[in-house]
Design a protein around this ligand. Structure first.
Ligand SMILES: C[S@@+](CC[C@H](N)C(=O)[O-])C[C@H]1O[C@@H](n2cnc3c(N)ncnc32)[C@H](O)[C@@H]1O
Length: 356
């Protein structure tokens, strides 16, 4: 086998060296694929292709009137990359290039589909993305606060409360996530909600999770509780109530408090404060807190761990929180005065029932 170098330290084969180089390039340029997908979503290319079922390249261009004809090859090159990433299928007929969607993009990226995650790609804009250019400066600075605060001078929630566009983009992304995970929660974890008469979804955004629980458990009265600028956007709905407030000050009484993607936004000390407020809000006998969040996987080689660690890094960027191992969860539960907990894995995340 050909050797790339004769020194022992660099004794890798040429094949190994080139494969490693490709791996580094894939990481360095990963954001390019992401931005191409974002653009395809912005230009409604997925809807255009889906409506036709199978669409030729020339027909696609005719439905993109703002793209000048001379940019036709660029559109094809973007489609080719997205096909390589698994979002389109590309075929040929009579020298025409034909596009169609894959099951993945049909289910998760078409805007009007119930499980669409397309709002999540909307977060790939400033002020979310530019914080990453400050990572090294932030690490070397002595100031408190996350990267978002370092870059923008205010917390994520403060900025959202003053910027309606950012607020609605963020709320839509959260709702998109909730539509997917809550389908699994209500299907796989219905036992966790049995016997409850009232539930408050604290930090529940615009009510998607509360609504999913209320629909799955008709006898359970669900309320969404969040900051005023978020509650102002809750769509009117007869199945759930909406109350605005600050969870660090008070939490409405209920049999169960639901916390989805809340505690990973906060430090251990803040989590203990929130959990103590939750404990005050539920009955000592029969009450519980139901958390949907990541429990960091012990299997460091799994692809799930990679996704969990990406979320952990994003918590570092946008909040003062982090993703936690079971041991770290247990510590904050005990510090807040709870005595027991039960973890049920659901995909990348877990449903954690915490008992007083
Ligand atoms: C990461 S989002 C999760 C939203 C929702 N639970 C979900 O998973 O789709 C965090 C939520 O906590 C809310 N929040 C932040 N600080 C809060 C506070 N002090 N009191 C109540 N809600 C708060 C935010 O407005 C936001 O809706």
């Amino acid at each position: 086998m050909a050797r790339a170098s004769s020194t022992e330290e660099e004794a890798v084969s040429a094949e190994e060296m080139l494969a490693a180089q490709a791996q580094v390039y894939n990481v360095v340029m990963g954001h390019i694929g992401t931005m191409c997908l974002k653009s395809a979503i912005e230009l409604n290319i997925l809807e255009i292709v889906h409506n036709a079922h199978v669409l030729s390249h020339s027909d696609l261009l005719s439905k993109l009137p703002n793209v000048p004809p001379w940019k036709s090859p660029f559109v094809h090159r973007i489609m080719r990359l997205l096909a390589q990433m698994g979002y389109f299928k590309i075929g040929n007929k009579d020298e025409e290039v034909l596009y169609s969607l894959t099951p993945l993009s049909k289910m998760f990226l078409l805007k009007n589909k119930p499980l669409s995650l397309s709002p999540y790609l909307g977060l790939l804009t400033p002020p979310w993305t530019n914080v990453w250019y400050s990572l090294s400066d932030w690490l070397q600075s002595d100031g408190k606060g996350c990267m978002f605060e370092f870059e923008h001078g205010k917390s994520t929630w403060d900025i959202a409360s003053h910027n309606p566009e950012l607020n609605s983009g963020f709320n839509e992304a959260m709702a998109a996530d909730s539509r997917v995970i809550m389908k699994a929660v209500v299907d796989q974890c219905s036992e966790a909600f049995k016997g409850l008469h009232t539930l408050v979804d604290v930090g529940g955004g615009t009510g998607t999770s509360a609504l999913a629980i209320a629909q799955a458990h008709p006898g359970l009265k669900c309320t969404v509780y969040d900051l005023p600028h978020v509650i102002a956007s809750v769509p009117p709905n007869s199945l759930i109530d909406a109350i605005s407030g600050n969870m660090f000050e008070s939490i409405p009484q209920a049999d169960a408090i639901f916390l989805k993607w809340i505690l990973h936004d906060w430090t251990d000390e803040d989590c203990v404060k929130i959990l103590k407020k939750c404990k005050d809000a539920i009955p000592n006998g029969g009450g519980k807190v139901i958390i949907v969040d990541f429990v960091l996987n012990d299997n460091k080689n799994s692809s799930e761990t990679f996704t969990q660690l990406l979320f952990d890094a994003s918590m570092m960027a946008y909040t003062d929180g982090k993703e936690r191992t079971e041991y770290e969860w247990k510590r904050i539960f005990l510090d807040a005065g709870f005595t027991d907990y039960k973890i049920t894995p659901i995909g990348l995340r877990s449903l954690i029932e915490v008992f007083p």
